[in-house]
Design a protein around this ligand. Structure first.
Ligand SMILES: Cc1cc2nc3c(=O)[nH]c(=O)nc-3n(C[C@H](O)[C@H](O)[C@H](O)COP(=O)(O)OP(=O)(O)OC[C@H]3O[C@@H](n4cnc5c(N)ncnc54)[C@H](O)[C@@H]3O)c2cc1C
Length: 197
């Protein structure tokens, strides 16, 4: 870690890591600060790669294959035995995809000379030629001030807590991806029921 960069990006999601990589390719000295820990490991990729787009689509893919095997193959003259869902294996496959993609982002940052700073970033002073960013390391919570000519805030967003709707708590990001899968299966069953001949 240096104490001065051309660009500091706060947030290592799709918004942040793309900007950091491109700036690195253009020859700037770049740091990307990301605080996320996923399954006990610091992780790049933001919501999208860790708990959003990618895991939900991985699970949807599995649900789709299950549904098609169970209900669509007979029409093609293909018979199967009992078809069962092994949720543990579905989740393990999803985790493998997440790990591969987030690891790929880390390799891209490294390959383009971007320093991945694992911890919290706070813009302390955004005025003047040298902006000040406070970096708090995940590992030991030691605080350092970094200066940068440019700062990009790509911190994403978090849902607000609605006190009257306590049930919202169970719809956490971790549950959203499996829920998407479940909704798909339910909808598909309903659709098949409506169109039964
Ligand atoms: C279930 C689900 C499915 C989705 N599916 C799709 C889809 O199919 N297609 C699609 O286009 N979009 C989808 N999205 C939306 C997509 O995930 C977001 O649009 C995208 O992740 C936003 O990227 P971002 O970089 O702006 O923010 P994020 O991905 O949220 O990344 C921001 C990162 O900044 C980090 N951060 C925040 N504050 C700090 C700080 N102070 N210091 C250091 N780090 C910090 C956070 O830890 C986070 O990792 C889905 C979202 C969900 C929840």
């Amino acid at each position: 870690m240096k104490d001065n960069y051309d660009l500091v990006v706060i947030g290592g999601g799709p918004g942040g890591y793309e900007a950091a990589i491109r700036a690195g390719q253009l020859g700037m000295s770049v740091a990307c600060i990301e605080k996320r820990v996923y399954k006990g490991e610091p992780a790049l990729g933001g919501t999208c790669l860790n708990v959003g787009c990618i895991p939900s689509k991985a699970l949807l893919d599995s649900s789709h294959r299950y549904e098609a095997t169970k209900h669509d193959l007979a029409e093609h003259g293909i018979s199967t035995g009992d078809v069962a869902i092994d949720i543990e294996q579905m989740i393990a496959r999803k985790e493998g995809i997440v790990k591969q993609l987030t690891g790929g982002v880390a390799a891209l940052l490294k390959g383009n000379g971007v320093d991945w700073l694992q911890g919290w970033g706070t813009l302390e002073d955004g005025k003047g030629a040298d902006k000040k960013v406070k970096f708090t390391a995940l590992a030991d919570e030691v605080e350092t001030t970094i200066t940068a000519k440019n700062v990009i805030l790509a911190a994403g967003s978090v849902p607000i807590d609605i006190p009257v709707a306590k049930l919202m708590a169970i719809a956490s990001l971790t549950l959203l991806a499996p829920l998407t899968s479940l909704l798909y299966l339910t909808f598909r069953r309903y659709w098949c029921w409506c169109h039964r001949s």
